[in-house]
Design a protein around this ligand. Structure first.
Ligand code: ADP
Length: 555
């Protein structure tokens, strides 16, 4: 800035000085020339008046004069008779000289000629004497160029002065312009006390700052919204740029990959996971292709979806989504397993029913066996009915299609009912069933609570020993209601204990079938307890007996 101001100042000063000098020189020059011409005319008139008539005498008079000017005497034919600067004999004829010609014709003549170098100008003044001889006097005047070249030193001095002045002034001016700009408070543009010319700039700055602030506010709001959404998402979400740099990673994604989001943001996505399947999907998405893969890590099942962010057909980034599908996957797996098990369980009784019926149809059976076979068919059909009932009950529970609304249920009464239904079975097995406790009301589903009590007591009878016993108790403690079924039966070996609540899991298949078991009783108990938010406690010792407690929470 200082340099620019310096140059413009210096140029203006130089131009002004040059114009001034030219004007002065032009005016002075013309005045000087006029003076010389007047002086020459006067001098020529004086000398002409004092010259004798004889040319030789004239030359002598002229030689005796001491004049700064050149004096020449020319005869009417143009031959130089005398010249005070050089011998007349060396000089050429002057017949063509304009001043001579003018003097010859008009009596006086004036002519101006430049020297060879143009630095000097010669002014010739001629006058015709009475006998036709011409007296010429020439004076030298420096030309404008000559005057200038003669004053080169003062000019250089002036230029140097101008340069110094320009430097000082431009520095001061630049400072005066720039320092208020440097001192501006850009946060509050309109509160600055700067010179007027800055006002439009400050106003524009203020407007732009307002726009910027509102844009920044909108951006911050969006950012907060996005963070709130992504941070509360169960799904893991990672945003990448086109080079695979992590732009954002939510808490779920960080938890799934066991990394810290703060460490990985702005880092390479390849450092987030070493899983080859995922890395292939990420490579694909960075090339602009969609990718969806499933993968397992730390016994959890995930669905990984990678979608490119396209702009004009080019991938400028990618969104990676991770869904924890462990539950759905497990449910799908157990549904498949359940269907296979159901088919298998139904097939066995149906095969024996069909076998016995075939024998009877073909009349192959002896008459005394017919009744036995019919009895088998009846038993298998009953097993089928029990199985189908249990399957229906379980699928109802799976879909949570409960017939009733939760209501106040007396756990003691429901248990009593279940014991009543099971008393023939208990008698047949010679197992004694005792019930202790007082009425306890809980909020729940009567039918489901009946199923829970029924299945537990049924098992306690089925897997008991002859002359064994079952102690059923209802307790209410600390606001919790507990249904406890303890038997003196065969017990469950420790290795089987964790699995007996699974569908169709039986410790001893043939014993279960013999006693009409379906392998679904405890699954119904587990499901029913879950619906009532109840906890199941299980304790068993082989040969000693089993105790199962269902603890219902506060109402
Ligand atoms: P099941 O219809 O075969 O009784 P459950 O789901 O009710 O099916 O029980 C699963 C398995 O757990 C049974 O087959 C049995 O082996 C075992 N079990 C259940 N209750 C008892 C118990 N009280 N004593 C010993 N074993 C039991």
């Amino acid at each position: 800035m200082t340099k620019r101001i310096l140059w413009s100042m210096f140029s203006i000063a130089l131009l002004a000085a040059a114009l001034m000098a030219a004007l002065v020189v032009a005016v002075q020059y013309k005045a000087f020339e006029n003076r010389i011409v007047t002086e020459l005319n006067t001098e020529t008139s004086y000398i002409a008046a004092m010259l004798p008539e004889d040319n030789a005498a004239r030359a002598d008079v002229l030689a005796s004069l001491s004049s700064r000017n050149r004096i020449t005497l020319i005869d009417p034919s143009g031959t130089v008779l005398y010249d005070n600067t050089q011998p007349a004999s060396n000089m050429e004829s002057h017949v063509q000289r304009p001043e001579f010609l003018a003097a010859q014709t008009q009596g006086a003549g004036l002519s101006v000629r430049y020297s060879d170098t143009s630095l000097e100008k010669l002014i010739y003044c001629a006058r015709r004497l009475e006998d036709g001889t011409v007296l010429r006097i020439a004076a030298t005047q420096k030309s404008a160029l000559g005057i200038l070249s003669g004053s080169i030193f003062p000019i250089l001095l002036l230029l140097a002065l101008l340069a110094i002045l320009s430097i000082l002034l431009s520095k001061a001016t630049a400072k005066r312009i720039v320092s208020p700009i440097n001192a501006l408070n850009l946060d509050q543009p309109l509160e600055n006390d700067a010179y007027d010319e800055l006002s439009p700039l400050l106003m524009r700055m203020e407007r732009q700052q307002r726009e910027l602030n509102s844009q920044l506010d909108a951006y911050r709001r969006k950012q907060t919204e996005l963070t709130a959404i992504t941070e509360n998402m169960r799904e893991g979400m990672i945003l990448l740029n086109s080079k695979g740099v992590v732009l954002s990673m939510n808490a779920s994604a960080a938890a799934i990959f066991h990394v810290s989001a703060a460490d990985k943001i702005d880092g390479d996505v390849w450092a987030v996971t070493r899983n080859v399947t995922l890395q292939q999907a990420i490579s694909a998405v960075l090339e602009g292709k969609n990718a969806e893969v499933e993968y397992e890590e730390a016994e959890r099942h995930y669905q990984f979806m990678a979608n490119p962010v396209l702009q004009n057909g080019k991938a400028v980034g990618a969104v990676l989504l991770l869904l924890d599908t462990t539950d759905q996957y497990a449910a799908q797996l157990s549904r498949r397993e359940f269907t296979a098990n159901v088919s298998h369980e139904l097939k066995t009784p149906l095969t024996s029913i069909s076998g016995y019926a075939e024998i009877m149809r073909d009349g192959v059976a002896k008459p005394e066996d017919t009744q036995r076979f019919a009895g088998r068919i009846y038993d298998e059909a009953n097993r089928l009915i029990a199985l189908v009932n249990d399957i229906l009950e379980l699928s109802r529970l799976d879909e949570r299609k409960l017939l009733e609304k939760p209501q106040e249920v007396d756990l003691l009464a429901v248990t009593q009912e279940a014991i009543g239904s099971l008393s023939p079975a208990a008698e047949a097995k010679h197992v004694r069933v005792d019930l202790q406790g007082e009425p306890v009301t809980i909020k729940g589903y009567p039918k489901l609570l009946f199923e829970i009590a029924y299945n537990l007591i049924d098992n306690a009878i089925k897997y008991n020993v002859p002359e064994g016993s079952v102690r059923v108790s209802i307790q209410s403690e600390g606001g919790q209601a507990t249904l406890c079924v303890a038997d003196t039966g065969i017990g469950v070996p420790e290795e089987h204990a964790p699995r007996i609540f699974e569908r169709f899991y039986r410790v001893d298949k043939s014993r279960s079938k013999e006693s009409g078991g379906t392998g679904l009783g405890l699954s119904i108990v587990k499901h029913g307890a879950a619906i009532h938010n109840a906890k199941i406690e299980f304790a068993s010792q082989v040969g000693q007996g089993t105790t199962i407690r269902v603890v219902f929470p506060h109402n």
